[in-house]
Design a binder for this molecule. Structure first.
Ligand code: PEP
Ligand code: MN
Length: 311
């Protein structure tokens, strides 16, 4: 156990020294979280239609992502906002995931839906608002399907690890932690991204940790630099919202990258992953990329002189 890092005995299962090796979580699609390969989960905030999802899935797969994200059950602050397509959305996720060879991660809001969601998804997302929904944690803990456990809106690291402990106590050892920003005093960004929690957790738990810069920032322009910083800090993966037409998204359009912006980000991530001793799921040829992340004169990505901004 790392010296100076306070890990109470109450973390029996998640604590770093409960295991000789770090946990690697593997989806049935083959994607892994926790090893040398970074997991890139990308896709729209919400599944809006088969066409919208399919366009996003095609684009993120072509850019090198290995997991498709998208909400079929949306936890919206207002009951009048788009709530998701439910089981129809789950079917669309499965179809597009299979078409492009992507794993599927999607949020489950209600313990009564867990069994249904496991029929379509490779990974169950517990959203920030449900991090301490203990019946839901127990329900996903009773499955053996990998769980993506987002940090609560203002959860301490201790509360977050104890939520993971609930899942593991049910026998489900396939837990990935996801930092997605916490509430702060300052509304300048949607949340405050705690990048330091990545190396902090590395000393506290054997579980993999990924970062969701989209919900942390709330502003698309800020997603690429914070995604790059997260990988540099040692994150085992990223969760990134990508929409074919962010301006017309039914949820979280302001923080969604369009397909070209995501492809550009992947080029940058390939470089920083290498520096961090990791690799992307599908390698983008580094030879085609200049150190600033712009692709060299092959025409696919224009230089900044042509007005394409990278961050
Ligand atoms: C999401 O991933 O779309 C989502 C609702 O995330 P969070 O729970 O982090 O707000
Ligand atoms: Mn969202």
């Amino acid at each position: 156990m790392e010296r100076g890092v306070n890990v109470p005995q109450s973390y029996r299962l998640v604590r770093r020294d409960a295991r000789a090796e770090r946990t690697i979580v593997r989806l049935s699609s083959g994607a892994t979280f926790g090893g040398d390969e970074i997991a890139i989960c990308a896709g729209p905030c919400g599944v809006e239609s088969a066409e919208q999802l399919d366009q996003a899935a095609a684009a993120v797969a072509a850019a090198g992502a290995n997991v498709l994200r998208g909400g079929a059950y949306k936890p919206r602050s207002s009951p009048y906002s788009f709530q998701g397509l439910g089981e129809e959305g789950l079917k669309m996720l499965r179809d597009s995931g299979d078409r492009y060879g992507l794993g599927v991660v999607t949020e489950v809001l209600d313990p009564r839906d867990v069994e249904k969601v496991t029929r379509y998804a490779d990974m169950l997302q517990i959203g920030t608002r449900n991090m301490q929904n203990f019946p839901l944690l127990r329900e996903v803990g009773a499955t053996r399907v990998p769980v993506l456990l987002k940090r609560g809106l203002s959860a301490t690291v201790q509360e977050w690890l104890l939520a993971a402990e609930y899942v593991m106590l049910g026998g489900n050892e396939n837990v990935v932690l996801c930092e997605r920003g916490v509430r702060s005093f300052d509304p300048a960004t949607r949340n405050l991204l705690d990048i330091a929690v990545v190396p902090l957790l590395e000393g506290m738990t054997h579980l993999p940790v990924i970062v969701d810069p989209s919900h942390a920032m709330g502003i698309a322009r800020l997603v690429p630099p914070t995604a790059v910083a997260s990988i540099a800090a040692g994150a085992h993966g990223l969760l990134i919202e990508v929409h074919p037409d962010p301006a017309n998204a039914l949820s979280d359009g302001a923080q969604s990258l369009d397909c070209e912006q995501f492809a550009l980000l992947m080029l940058r991530l390939a470089l920083v992953a290498e520096v961090a001793g990791r690799r992307l799921p599908q390698r983008v040829k580094p030879a085609a990329v200049a150190p600033n992340g712009q692709r060299k004169a092959d025409g696919a990505v224009r230089s900044s002189k042509s007005g394409v901004k990278l961050a």
